[in-house]
Design a protein around this ligand. Structure first.
Ligand code: URA
Length: 252
């Protein structure tokens, strides 16, 4: 038994199977966040070169006033963020980790206690499961980019409030614009709702390919939920298979 098969068995995901083709469903990217000081200030538009596709233009100009920031500048901006009350409970902000030119972007909800202590997303129990899920599709943490919607740990690890998501989302949008991934995997309701601007359930969003500004987006369960509901791991494997298929179809 090789390492991958061992991991799949541990995840209750063996034998692996491949999904049939799924329809592409476009989800409109409606920007309806409440206005916030600073991040929603008028953004300087990036120059459009005649070779830019609409997607490249949208990506370059995503993130409102953050739209001109480089990765180091954005990190600095997040480090000093005072936009919501989560600032007072944080040990440090948790920006994101991985390959800044990755083809794969995984988006979670918010840092927990371990992430708050280390400054890196998904390093606790849920993170170990995420690492195994990545391994199952032959990816290493260093090859992908991992970020959260929220950059500061919410008190008692509660779900973030709407205003906190609205304040923090422009940072994630700018990260996406900078990474320019070929696929996004939204892990859990907070990530899916924030990126697709929908209140729909995970169950109704799974199993099809959504669109985030021209980038295919797959919705799946949050690893922390999978730890509590291990029977759902098989569905999570289906989602990963769909993501791999979508990626392969796009790069072919
Ligand atoms: N859960 C998340 O959504 N993100 C983390 O970084 C850790 C746990």
């Amino acid at each position: 038994m090789d390492r991958r098969e061992a991991v799949l068995r541990e995840l209750n995901l063996y034998p692996a199977w491949v999904r049939r083709e799924q329809p592409v469903v476009k989800t409109p990217d409606v920007t309806n966040e409440p206005p916030q000081a600073d991040v929603f200030a008028p953004a300087p538009m990036h120059e459009v070169s005649s070779g830019d596709s609409l997607r490249e233009f949208q990506l370059k100009n995503a993130g409102g006033a953050l739209g001109s920031l480089t990765f180091p500048e954005l990190k600095e901006k997040v480090r000093g963020c005072e936009l919501c009350s989560l600032r007072s409970g944080r040990t440090q902000t948790v920006f994101g980790v991985g390959n800044e030119q990755a083809h794969w972007l995984f988006v979670g909800e918010a840092p927990g206690v371990d992430e708050d202590a280390t400054g890196e997303p998904f390093v606790g129990h849920a993170g170990r499961l995420l690492d195994n899920m990545l391994l199952a599709i032959k990816l290493k943490r260093s090859e992908v980019y991992i970020a959260n919607v929220i950059k500061c740990r919410p008190p008692d690890d509660r779900h973030p409030h709407v205003g906190e998501v609205a304040s923090c989302l422009p940072y994630l949008k700018r990260q996406i614009a900078l990474v320019q991934p070929k696929i996004i995997v939204a892990l859990g309701k907070t990530a899916a709702s924030a990126l697709l601007h929908t209140d729909a359930t995970i169950a109704s969003l799974r199993g099809r390919v959504h669109d985030y500004q021209g980038i295919p987006l797959i919705v799946s369960f949050h690893p922390a939920y999978l730890l509590r509901s291990p029977m759902e791991k098989a569905k999570s494997w289906q989602d990963l298979c769909l993501a791999v298929e979508t990626m392969n179809a796009g790069s072919g």
